[in-house]
Design a protein around this ligand. Structure first.
Ligand SMILES: Cc1cc2nc3c(=O)[nH]c(=O)nc-3n(C[C@H](O)[C@H](O)[C@H](O)COP(=O)(O)O)c2cc1C
Length: 198
């Protein structure tokens, strides 16, 4: 098949887009509301987009609590979503009112961040403390925006020392999970190496 993506004329029961852009890392976002209520939710429209300096991007499909909090406080944490924490990741995606603390809902512990006020997930082996750079509306054909790209600058990095071996982070040992299409996930459990040509 080869179809017009503006009309999205795929003719399949579900849009195959996310099954192609896969696996996508999951940014498990912790933030705090203006009134102090902590918030936690997974976002698979997420990736690193720059290394020097470190920038990341998140896609919000609709005006959700994470986006509201990030707009209000200009801060958030990206926690690493792992296979061990998969149930908690899923629970934290529940559609709940803004006054519900998803840390409590998922039975997780808040740990203080070092460079920002938003807490990280203590149980997660790695976290990126971020400050908001820019929120970019992504318009549809009518010029209306119901999707937003949130670009953040990483100002602090937490890594559980147990996963640093011989000066390198052992990504596969952390078993990060990633999202594919539909309800499918992938787990990073093995790594292989290939050097760029000189
Ligand atoms: C693995 C996973 C990935 C998700 N990725 C996104 C995403 O990239 N963007 C989005 O808007 N919602 C995404 N969702 C749905 C949000 O997690 C869900 O709407 C959540 O309630 C938002 O929480 P908030 O309102 O506290 O920000 C995802 C859900 C799951 C389970």
């Amino acid at each position: 098949m080869h179809y017009d993506a503006i009309d999205n004329a795929h003719g399949l029961p579900n849009d195959p887009f996310k099954a192609i852009v896969a696996p996508r890392p999951i940014g498990w976002i912790s933030s705090i509301a203006k009134n102090g209520v902590p918030n936690l939710a997974p976002y698979s429209f997420f990736n690193a987009i720059s290394e020097k300096p470190h920038y990341i991007v998140i896609g919000s499909s609709g005006m959700k609590d994470s986006l509201t909090n990030i707009e209000a406080t200009s801060e958030f944490v990206i926690n690493l979503a792992t296979y061990e924490l998969r149930e908690q990741v899923n629970i934290s995606s529940a559609r709940v009112a803004p006054d519900i603390d998803e840390f409590k809902l998922a039975g997780l512990t808040q740990a203080a961040s070092r460079f920002i006020k938003a807490p990280r997930v203590k149980e997660s082996p790695a976290a990126l403390e971020c400050k908001l750079f820019q929120i970019v509306p992504l318009p549809d054909d009518n010029g209306d925006a119901r999707q937003w790209a949130i670009i953040g600058r990483v100002v602090g990095v937490y890594i559980d020392d147990r996963f640093i071996k011989d000066g390198r982070v052992d990504t596969a040992a952390m078993r990060p999970i990633a999202r594919m299409g539909y309800s499918e996930y992938a787990t990073v459990e093995t790594a292989w190496r290939m050097r760029r040509p000189d």
